[in-house]
Design a protein around this ligand. Structure first.
Ligand SMILES: C[S@@+](CC[C@H](N)C(=O)[O-])C[C@H]1O[C@@H](n2cnc3c(N)ncnc32)[C@H](O)[C@@H]1O
Length: 434
């Protein structure tokens, strides 16, 4: 059992922190930020939905960022400087957030955690007086209390700032209510708007401390203000499109578009619009508050990433005109209105608008649809419609479970498995009969 005591009361830290204090008085926070954050090559970790790692790897490679060879469930590690981390936040369509690995050490007791954490140059990473969240996961370790681990990290970070006469991060109670905090998977919890977050992963007595560079999850591009029932996350929609081979110049029809997610993501892929600046006004990122952040450097990265013209035809259809109105409002906020044609249409009773392209379908499989009484019948009907009306089109169809996939009658080239609203789901990708 781990003793419930405060490491700050028990550690002989004064001589050490006094020395740090002296050093800090000689070197400004800006210089430390340059030395510890801006200049070095860091380890970054692009968190993603399990099942989409290969797509994230491919996206990183396109950015010239070389993913580490090791396979990690739910993310991809890559080396890079601060600018590279900013580029990952700006460009990755399929990641959920980008973490910056700050420290990695052996920790069998809170004293180890405190000693190693207080030694990190947090003042170079975090803004003074920021609201700070600490989240953790623990597996197979001697130290087995998450609350003790988190409070120790907080105490060490605050001590680090206080010893240098800098404004300490605010206590957790000062952080805006975080309704997404999930006791089982805290490391995946959202960072409250405007807050900074440290994630601690303690595994077999080895701890990894990471700083969340994204802030709000990356799928929150900032343009989806009008939601309909069961919208798909923007980064999952992008992952499905990329897995299905959607690329600039291809045509796309989302025949059950809901809030327009697939069509808007497709418009951004077709024009090379980075997801990080796709909304008006653009979203912000946690790294923008860091002492090492340079607004001119960010503006330069954004300028380099400007959209290009496209000849892709992108059509968003839905049976419900009110839903189409919501999709059109979202497209407007995403700067994609002129790229998308919105059409009210019943999928089972309409023809393709052009000879070929990618047909995307995210049916309302949890609900009853017209005369269709169950999901299996719904998907049979969809397959029949693709066969009879969409000859020569590629398709990507979202479905809730593997048993439905087994009975899917059309030719399939690949599938993508992911979690959708906390439930297992998959997209089948293939081509309708010629
Ligand atoms: C699960 S939602 C799609 C969510 C969408 N992918 C998003 O991100 O918001 C399913 C949509 O299918 C539409 N729908 C239902 N039956 C339809 C039909 N027969 N033809 C076209 N659209 C239909 C519904 O109006 C609903 O907007």
């Amino acid at each position: 059992m781990q003793a419930m005591r405060s490491p700050a009361d028990t550690m002989p830290i004064m001589p050490y922190t006094r020395a740090m204090n002296d050093a800090a008085s000689q070197v400004s926070v800006e210089r430390r930020a340059k030395k510890h954050v801006k200049a070095p090559v860091h380890r970054w970790f692009a968190v993603c939905s399990p099942g989409t790692e290969a797509i994230v790897r491919a996206e990183l490679a396109t950015l010239g960022l070389e993913p580490a060879a090791v396979d990690i469930h739910g993310g991809v590690e890559f080396p890079g400087r601060l600018d590279d981390g900013m580029r990952a936040n700006l460009h990755l369509r399929t990641a959920a957030r980008i973490l910056l690995r700050v420290a990695s050490f052996r920790a069998r007791a809170v004293e180890d955690v405190f000693r190693e954490t207080v030694a990190q140059p947090w003042e170079a990473f975090l803004p003074q007086g920021c609201r700070l969240q600490i989240a953790s996961t623990i597996h197979g370790s001697r130290l087995n209390s998450r609350s003790l681990l988190e409070s120790t990290i907080r105490e060490a970070v605050c001590r680090r700032f206080a010893d240098q006469g800098l404004a300490v991060p605010l206590p957790e109670s000062a952080v805006a209510a975080d309704t997404t905090r999930n006791t089982k998977t805290d490391a995946a919890a959202l960072t409250a708007a405007g807050a900074q977050a440290i994630q601690a992963r303690l595994d077999s007595d080895h701890i990894e401390l990471s700083l969340d560079s994204s802030g709000e999850l990356l799928h929150r591009r900032g343009w989806r203000r009008e939601a309909v029932a069961a919208p798909i996350r923007e980064n999952l929609a992008a992952a499905i499109l990329l897995a299905a081979g959607f690329a600039p110049g291809m045509n796309l029809v989302d025949a059950m578009c809901g809030s327009g997610t697939f069509a808007i993501e497709a418009a951004h892929i077709a024009t090379g619009t980075p997801p990080g600046i796709s909304a008006t006004p653009p979203r912000t990122f946690a790294f923008m508050e860091w002492p090492a952040f340079s607004r001119p450097a960010w503006d330069h990265l954004c300028k380099l990433a400007g959209p290009v013209p496209t000849d892709s035809e992108i059509v968003a259809r839905d049976i419900d005109p009110a839903v189409l109105q919501a999709a059109s409002t979202n497209a407007d906020l995403a700067g994609a209105t002129t790229l998308i044609i919105f059409e009210p249409a019943d999928f089972f009773d309409s023809a393709p608008p052009c000879p070929s392209g990618l047909l995307v379908l995210n049916p309302p499989y949890g609900l009853r649809l017209d005369a269709t009484r169950d999901a299996a019948a719904l998907y049979r009907r969809i397959a029949t419609t693709i066969s009879s009306r969409w000859a020569g089109w590629r398709y990507a169809v979202v479905m809730p479970d593997q048993s439905l996939a087994r009975t899917w009658p059309l030719q399939t080239d690949s599938s993508l498995r992911f979690l959708h609203g906390g439930l297992k789901a998959l997209a089948l990708i293939g081509k309708g009969p010629a």
